[in-house]
Write a protein of this length. Structure first.
Length: 493
C-alpha cells in the first residue's frame, strides 16, 4: 500500500504533524502501536472518574502567544474549552513554611517578584530582560514577522545550567529556589537544565495558564477530529517494527501486523530510540546508532491518583509544586511533588469527578525486577512497593490539604514502567531524551537525520512539554512543507 506520508506514533506530536501535513495536501497515514491515540495525553477511568496521565496544565494559550496561535491555525480553538487558572495564583510553589504564588501573566509576576524581593531589584530586572531576550530570539516561540531568526536547530542551547546563570544574578536563596522550581517542568533540576530551555519553559507558563475541560483527552479528540476532516487515516495496534532503507532513503515500514507501507516521507513522532532500533542494519553508521541509543533519557514519574468523596478546597491554586524535607531524606527520596486539583477550575465536567492528581520524578531503576513484565502481570511485590510509595504521597498531600483525610475513597498509582508500557518511551521518560546541559546542540537528534526522507519530531527534539511539542511539530512541518515560510506567516503576528 502506498501513501505520501507515514507518521509513526499518534501521541500529541503525531496528531499535530498529521494535520499540518494533510492541510498542505499530503495523504497521511498515522501508525500507532497502542489501541488509542494520545501517547502521554491518554487518560484512564476508574469507577467513572477520569484521570489524566501527562497533562496537568499548559501556558501560552492567549491570542498572540504560541499555543493560542497554534490552536487557531489548526482550527481546534473552538473545539476546546480552556479553563484559566486563578489570575493571582496560577501555580504555587511551597517549600517548608514558605510559599510563592505565580500569577497568570508575566507582567504581574514581575510586579509581584519586585514587591516580594525589593533587595534583588537589579538581579530580577536582569533576569526579566534575559527571559524576554531569549523568548524573542526563538522563532516558533516569538512568532513575530519580519525578524531574522536563527534556525531553531542552531539555537545556542548553551551548556550553561540555570543554576550557574543564577550565580551571577540572584543571591536570595528563596528567590533562587522559586525561580528554579519550574525546571521541574522539564524533569530537571536547576544545575542540570540549560538556562535557555529553562527560560523558554518558564516563560511559557504565563499568558493564560490553564487546563482544558475534559483534560488531555479533549485536546486529543479535537486533534483527531480535525485530522479526520482533512482525510488523515489512523491505524491502531500497528507498531512499526522495521524501517526498510535504500540509502539515503527510507522506502517502507513494516509493522507488528505484518503489513508493509511504502511512502515518500516518514515522520517519526515516537521516541527516537524506537526508530533507531527499527532502522535496518547499515542504514545509519554504527557510531550514530550507538550515540543515539546511548543518550540519557529524561526521568520517569511516580504518579498517584486519588478518588475523593468531595473536592478539596484548601489548595488555593490549581497546581501546587511542593517539597517535604522529611520525605526527601527517606529512601527512596520523594519530591518535589506537583499536585493538580482539576476540580478547582472545572465547571461541572461530568467526566471528571472529585479527584486529585500528584506526580514526582522517579527513576525506573527501583522497578528493575519487573521491567520485562507486562502491565497487570508484575505481581504482588511490585503492587506492594507501588502501594507503599503511594501511601507516602498521600501522607504528603494530607499535610498540604488536611481535609483530605476521610475523603479519599481510592488510590491508584503508576510508575515509569506503566508509562513505558503504554507509550514505548524508554524508561518511561517523561520528556523523551533528556534535555539536560550535557546533551545539547548538535549532540541531540534534530528534525533532520542522516536519511533524507525521515524526519523526527516530538518531545525529544528542541523543546518538550505540550507547548514544546506543538512548537516542534510546526518547526518540523515547516521544513517538510518547504512552502517559502507560509506556515510561519500563518501563525506569526
Ligand atoms: C506524568 C507526566 C506528566 C506531564 N505533565 C505535563 C504537563 O502538565 N504539561 C505539559 O506541558 N506537559 C506535560 N507532560 C509532557 C507531555 O505530556 C509530553 O511532552 C507530550 O505529550 C509528548 O508527546 P509526544 O507525541 O512527543 O510523545 P508521546 O506522547 O510519547 O507519543 C509517542 C507515541 O508514539 C507511539 N509509538 C511508540 N512506538 C511506536 C511504534 N514502534 N510504532 C507506532 N507507534 C509507536 C506511542 O504509543 C505514543 O502514542 C507530562 C508527561 C508525563 C509523562
Amino acid at each position: 500500500m502506498s501513501q505520501d506520508t507515514i507518521l509513526i506514533g499518534a501521541g500529541l506530536s503525531g496528531l499535530v504533524d498529521a494535520i499540518l501535513l494533510a492541510e498542505s495536501g499530503r495523504r497521511v497515514l498515522v501508525l500507532e502501536q497502542h489501541t488509542i491515540p494520545g501517547g502521554y495525553l491518554q487518560q484512564f477511568a476508574r469507577k467513572r472518574t477520569v484521570f489524566d496521565v501527562g497533562f496537568h496544565y499548559t501556558g501560552s494559550t492567549a491570542p498572540g502567544r504560541p499555543l493560542g496561535q497554534f490552536f487557531e491555525h489548526l482550527r481546534i480553538r473552538d473545539r476546546l474549552r480552556l479553563l484559566p487558572f486563578p489570575a493571582e495564583a496560577a501555580i504555587e510553589v511551597r517549600s517548608g513554611e514558605r510559599s510563592f504564588a505565580y500569577p497568570a501573566t508575566f507582567e504581574r509576576f514581575v510586579e509581584t517578584a519586585l514587591a516580594t524581593w525589593p533587595h534583588e531589584r537589579e538581579g530580577l530586572e536582569r533576569f526579566v530582560r534575559d527571559v524576554e531576550e531569549v523568548a524573542a530570539a526563538y522563532k516558533w516561540y516569538a512568532l513575530k514577522r519580519g525578524v531574522d531568526y536563527a534556525h531553531p536547530d542552531d539555537m545556542p542551547f548553551s551548556q550553561q545550567s540555570f543554576a550557574s546563570y543564577l550565580d551571577g544574578v540572584i543571591e536570595d536563596p528563596w528567590l533562587r529556589e522559586v525561580l528554579s522550581f519550574q525546571s521541574f517542568n522539564l524533569g530537571l533540576w536547576a544545575d542540570e537544565i540549560p538556562w535557555v530551555k529553562h527560560v523558554l519553559a518558564f516563560r511559557s507558563n504565563f499568558d493564560v495558564t490553564c487546563r482544558i475541560e475534559g483534560g488531555g483527552g479533549a485536546l486529543v479528540e479535537a486533534l483527531v477530529a480535525r485530522g479526520h476532516e482533512l482525510g488523515v487515516e489512523y491505524r491502531f495496534k500497528e507498531a512499526v517494527t522495521k524501517l526498510v532503507c535504500r540509502k539515503p532513503h527510507v522506502v517502507a515500514v513494516e509493522t507488528s501486523q505484518g503489513e508493509r507501507y511504502e511512502a515518500e516521507l516518514f515522520v517519526a513522532a515516537c521516541h527516537p530510540k524506537v526508530v533507531v532500533r527499527a532502522l535496518e542494519q547499515g542504514a545509519v553508521s554504527d557510531l550514530f546508532r550507538e550515540h543515539v541509543l546511548g543518550m540519557k533519557d529524561s526521568r520517569g514519574a511516580l504518579q498517584v491518583f486519588l478518588r475523593l468523596t468531595e473536592p478539596v478546597t484548601s489548595i488555593g491554586a490549581t497546581c501546587v509544586l511542593f517539597r517535604d524535607a522529611e520525605e526527601e531524606a527517606r529512601t527512596p527520596p520523594l519530591g518535589p511533588i506537583l499536585v493538580t486539583n482539576p476540580c478547582a477550575v472545572e465547571r461541572g465536567d461530568e467526566r471528571g469527578g472529585a479527584r486529585l492528581e500528584a506526580m514526582t520524578y522517579m527513576s525506573d531503576e527501583l522497578f528493575a525486577p519487573w521491567s520485562e513484565l507486562p502491565v497487570l502481570k508484575r505481581g504482588a511485590d511490585y503492587e506492594a512497593l507501588k502501594g507503599a510509595l503511594a501511601e507516602r504521597v498521600v501522607g504528603m498531600l494530607t499535610k498540604l490539604a488536611p481535609e483530605l483525610s476521610g475523603r479519599v475513597t481510592d488510590v491508584y498509582a503508576a510508575t515509569p514502567l506503566s508509562d513505558a508500557w503504554y507509550t514505548r518511551n524508554d524508561h518511561g521518560a517523561v520528556f523523551g531524551i533528556s534535555h539536560d546541559v550535557t546533551q545539547q546542540g548538535r549532540d541531540r537528534p534534530t528534525s533532520r537525520l542522516r536519511l533524507k526522507n525521515l524526519v523526527f519530531t516530538g518531545h525529544s527534539i528542541n523543546m518538550p512539554g505540550i507547548c514544546g511539542v506543538f512548537i516542534n511539530a510546526f518547526h518540523t512541518c515547516d521544513l517538510v512543507r518547504d512552502d517559502g515560510g507560509a506556515l510561519f506567516a500563518s501563525v506569526a503576528t
